[in-house]
Design a protein around this ligand. Sequence first.
Ligand code: PLP
Length: 402
Amino acid sequence: MIQLAHRLDLIKPSSSLAAMTRAKALIAAGVDVCNLTAGEPEFATPLHIVEAAYAALLGGETKYTSVDGTMALKRAICEKFRRENGLEFDPEQISVGAGAKQVLYNVLTCTINDGDEVVIPAPYWVSYPDIVRLNGGKPVFIKPQAGQNFKITPAQLAAAITPRTKWLLINSPNNPSGAVYSARELRAIGEVLEDAPHVGVITDDVYEYLVYDDARFTTFAQANPRLAHRTVTVNSVSKAFAMTGWRLGYAGAPAPLIKEMAKLQSQTSGNPAAVTQAAAVAALQGPRAFVADWNRQYQERRDAIVSRLDGKHGLRCPSPQGAFFAYVSCDAVMGMTTPGGRRIDTDDDFVMFLLNDHLVASVQGSAYGISPAFRLSFAASLNVIEKACDRILLACSTLSRG
Ligand code: PLP
């Protein structure tokens, strides 16, 4: 019998990936499931990026590269940060890994000592707490109060900071709530951190392009240039360019940290795939026209979900300002009973009821730290979204009290 390491007790499989796998298995078995679990665009990677990858393969870019990214890619990332975010980096301040997930992992492995605290506003991306725990750190959650649009206040942040706080982890636009922090709100958070010089900021900007209505994306260091020396700006080509399967993320940060991240990566995965790096150069340097077209479609789908669900059967579905998820509060159905006699006590129960009895796949809010709620992805076709909403409403109408 192989004995497993105790550190595995600290983590669980990603709930969103588990829900997606469950839905895909049912669909493969021929079941007509409306799958709203996906954390990825269903659009194809734009053709010019695929062509650049093909050309790179034909040109022999099939070997090891420098461990944390080619110089061509690091330069393209510096240029992207300068052009789109107003941030100045040199190539030695850039790290490239196999997705934002690996880059975040590297940052935390290189900086967290046992017991160090990482402040994470809820709801949060499922992987943050587990990555912190795997590295011996302690996640400290802040729950926004009602009426705060899923955003923390400066006072809440100030109250959460202790002498052990190492990082504040900001994700805007947010998975799963769609909240987008304005430049003014980021500056107010920055003011709190001016008085806490031991705290750094990791900002996860992977949904940068996905903003709607009058929301504008600003990254933390852009709003707080005085804190740039203790900010790590993480981004990825996954969601921006429909490249989730290519696996490429990157960070801009002070050079000494970047150097340590390269050391760590040299002893773990090595370089991200050479062909993917070539594709990422084409993505970062290429046209952005498709972004407006995709966002128009996302916005139409978002509006379809919000208009169908908000206020029906007590469900509350605030309109997300960014990313491609709706975070639906399902307080009203707690304690109700299904026609089959099962009581709905948690959002896990509700999500399983929706899947098993009404063939809608979603992810339970307990995975994201704010319950009872469930996450619906609108990175799915309008047709599937409308059908899913009809099924959810039908499901709610069958529940009874007592
Ligand atoms: N950060 C957030 C908030 C995400 O939602 C995801 C993916 O779902 C990631 C990071 C991971 O991105 P990548 O595919 O670049 O690893």
